[in-house]
Write a protein of this length. Sequence first.
Lengths: 462, 228
Amino acid sequence: MMRPVDPEARAAHFIGREEHESTHDRVVWGMRQHRDKAVAGVPEWEQLRELASQIKEHTLTHLDRYLEQFEENATRLGTQVHWARDPEEHNTVVHEILAAHGVRSLIKSKSMLQEECGMTPFLEERGIAVTESDLGDRIQQLSHEPPSHIVVPAIHKLRTDVAHLFAREIGSNPDDTDPHYLTEAMRGNARPRFLAADAAMTGANFAVAETGGFVVCTNEGNADIGASVPPLHIASIGIEKLIPRAGDLGVFIRMLSRSALGTAITQYTSHFHGPRRGGELHVVLVDHTRSERLGSPDFWHVLKCIRCGACMNTCPVYRRSGGLSYGATYSGPIGVILDPGFDLEKYRELPFHSSLCGSCTEVCPVKIDISDQIYKWRRVVAAKGMLPLTKRVGMNALGATLARPKMFHAAESAAEVALAHLPRFALYNALNPWGKQRELPGVPRQTFRQWYLEHRAKSGKP
Amino acid sequence: MRAREAILEAVRRNIPGPAVALPPLPAEGVHQLGTNIGFSEHLTNLPEVTRHESASLSSHFSRQLEAMGGRRLDVADAAGARPKIAERFPAATVVCSAVPEVPGTRRVEHVRNPHELADVDVGVVRSRLGVAEAGAVWLTQDDLVVNALGVLAQHLVVLLDPTEIVATMHDAYARLDVAASPYGVFMAGPSATGDIEGVIIHGAQGARTLTVLFCAPAPAMPSTTSSS
């Protein structure tokens, strides 16, 4: 059996560096607060959420039809449409196009799908130099790490980390940690690469069936540089990215960046309908488990996701443990429900990397039942006998105790005494994960039941 | 074609039910305009939400553009565009223009290869549509002529007739035929990033600044010009 990703051990590594944890928490929570303010500026927000959810559900319940319509319209505009069932087919299709054009260097803008496919290492092994054009993605590429957040990929790093990295990789001043200086240093390093690239790759945020075009949202304009400078543009698009009408974009564009960063719109919202003058445009439509997910009554709603990252920004577990602790392409609550669908054995621990507080479900702009799905994935993991031993033993004991009220009250009182009087080494040790990197709460003077019996039960009032 | 058939077959086999109806789109022009928030200096510095319900579309557009890091300037008429640009960018040596009102030092119509735009200090284009709630201007391949002008120029100046501003993105899409041009972009302020500790920086990869000049097109202006 494959060794599962261990989010606890990975989180411990991140939390061990205190300044990283506190800065990450502050910045990521800041994005959530910005989101709240932006949402407060749109009185019809809840109607938009409902509309967005219905449009996505409509599309997914008619997906075959919209895929065919998109292909037909895109082809009519001169876009070459390819299909790929899995990462291997995707990477092969992309490599064939690049090889046919003699491409040696490629610039790419953010695409979580290309991350899913492991495309960059595949192309590099075949002699094609790949440069990430988004600043955060470039930081991650130079660090040999995957993105830790789907919108701000290097948000787990401090400016000092970036200064050291850039000093080593692009020769900037290691002592200048000003983000303005660092961004400018990368601008100077990246421009010549943009101009020298033979081809560009992007993802897509939305693909419009009725027009055969697709939309890419960035704040840096890096997708636009890629699409407008080299003559060849290839976009990888997951089949769930379809929407029926151009008018639907009004709904989604209004929600995407407000949910992500709290801005009304991304700085660049770019629409591609056929090749530009003097250019060539290819689209690769990728399945990679999406059609299978469509057939799962419990989990198909996750395909509505527009990758805004709001669920990550609000998640107390994500904020404290960092995106790399998930050890997967997608992190945060959306990762917890996406990743097990790619590989249940490998990601079976992720559904437990959550407090089930439900905040993710509340902020989701397309009304995905994220926290319910996290719980349902736990049931899948348990039903397949994949629970780790500590959880199995603990759960069995807990189940037995909760089923017998007298035993529960006895245990409760015993715990109260134990917590108040046990020496530290008995509480903060390897057997009690709740005692790691945090202090256990103080013990109340009495249990709720004791309080209830004293104050309410006698008077007969419930 | 094997992959295509296999994917479509798998989708058909797994399609969830019951089918959900396609909801109608929001009607045009009925939306309230709250004040939205753009990038401030840091993602954790939170501006207050203030409501400006009665503001005109052009003033709402301007406020939102500034929140996104852009700037609005006024000129009395089309003839004022050229001196205004010269005043704002006195050090510019290469001004590449796509509009008849501003001759520039280089006409974009004469550019054959996007790489020729790598040295452009200031690009000048005209947008035919602004969106108040986003502070965004719509630019297509027809407006830019060479798409790279919008992102390779160090500074971008966009002429916009303030009467061509709509309230929301719904209104914008209702008015546009997005498929009419191979490329169309809503640009809201300059290139920006918050990738290092959430510190907002303008001028990440594309234009360092975005200036929107409120200016109606000159009535007798020919649609193309060869002056340089």
